[in-house]
Design a protein around this ligand. Structure first.
Ligand SMILES: Nc1ncnc2c1ncn2[C@@H]1O[C@H](COP(=O)(O)OP(=O)(O)OP(=O)(O)O)[C@@H](O)[C@H]1O
Ligand SMILES: [Mg+2]
Length: 327
């Protein structure tokens, strides 16, 4: 493959397109809205325009996410979304001549990689190279990954949480959870459903999560309520409910405990010289879900290591891709 023209951080929740010279060309939610039959739908909108349509469509309209848990779940939606993202980035020129780098989870299977190649080729991208996201995130976080010294990163996305130990420009050991911020949204929805017989949509769950982690970070009193709107299942009526922060705190704790356990497990599998390096350098968190302060605290408590959140953590994969393009 010749020099790539641009790179794509194709995420479960957000997609960014970057070029080596123009910076971030595109940054929108990974959402498509189709109308018509499930197998032969027509794209009516994509990206930011679809955000407010989630759970609010009428007739035969459907909102689809091309990716689920970090990997492609709908090839047709991925093709249409990639076409939209690239056209928005570079204009209406033919895509066939373009070469692109796309980030993928380090543990994506061959079938998952091949589905992504197919979608990208169908979208008209002539040649595509896949790069492991934890490596790219580390590059974006300015970690010295080329040196003969171990560094550790945890990329906390919406659909995946990936931990990796890197040295000499490669991944020495990695582990992942096929779950990220989305899983916490779902855990909050489930809690309200089962404990309070109260139904909420995906966007409301995500907003409730953001409010909750902010309040926990600020150390508000456990008795302070978060107000959430949705449908009361007992009456079937639209309603608002107040849930004390202290009641939702264990839901977040359970989620972050899973991440901390994955990190501890990975640290138990690396050679001792790398353990020594990580003892000195600590662990760096990247990705949108690194904004959840309880993640860094849980990982620090479980490992006894210094845990820092990278500057511009939500954009580290995009920034790393930009650096990869410039090489
Ligand atoms: N302030 C915040 N508080 C809590 N969560 C946040 C905050 N900001 C973003 N997030 C979460 O970060 C996630 C999005 O992060 P990111 O853009 O890194 O994911 P992605 O790249 O689309 O997903 P993936 O890499 O897993 O495929 C969402 O789950 C979102 O709710
Ligand atoms: Mg991501």
């Amino acid at each position: 493959m010749g020099k790539p023209d641009f790179a794509i951080d194709f995420g479960t929740a957000n997609t960014r397109v970057v070029s080596s010279s123009g910076g971030v060309l595109f940054d929108e939610p990974s959402l498509c809205c189709f109308t018509g039959q499930a197998d032969r739908g027509e794209l009516v909108a994509a990206g930011s325009a679809v955000r407010s349509m989630l759970d609010r469509t009428s007739g035969s309209m459907r909102v689809v996410r091309p990716l689920n848990r970090g990997v492609l779940s709908d090839i047709a939606a991925a093709r249409d979304y990639l076409t939209y993202a690239v056209r928005s980035s570079v204009g209406q020129r033919r895509l066939r001549s373009f070469r692109a780098i796309i980030g993928v989870p380090a543990d994506a299977t061959n079938a998952e990689r091949s589905a992504l190649f197919t979608a990208a080729n169908d979208a008209g991208l002539g040649s595509v190279q896949l790069l492991a996201e934890p490596l790219v995130a580390a590059l974006g976080a300015d970690l010295p990954i080329e040196l003969p010294r171990g560094t550790m990163i945890v990329e906390c996305g919406a659909g995946t949480t990936e931990a990796a130990v890197l040295s000499l420009g490669g991944i020495c050991a990695a582990a992942s959870l096929r779950g990220g911020g989305d899983a916490l949204d779902l855990a909050i929805s489930d809690y309200l459903h089962f404990r309070h017989k109260f139904l909420i949509g995906a966007s409301t769950a995500e907003q409730a999560k953001r409010d909750l982690v902010k309040m926990l970070h600020e150390g508000v009193d456990a008795g302070v309520d978060i107000r959430i709107k949705g449908r009361n299942l007992a009456t079937g009526l639209p309603a608002a409910i107040g849930i004390p922060v202290g009641d939702l705190h264990p839901v977040v704790e359970k989620h972050v405990a899973g991440i901390a356990a994955m990190v501890v497990n990975l640290l138990g599998q690396i050679p001792p010289e790398l353990s020594r390096d990580i003892h000195d350098g600590g662990i760096v968190l990247t990705g949108g879900s690194a904004a959840i302060g309880l993640v860094s605290r849980a990982v620090a408590d479980a490992t006894g290591l210094t845990v820092t959140v990278a500057d511009n953590h939500a954009h580290c994969v995009a920034l790393g891709l930009q650096k990869a393009l410039a090489h």
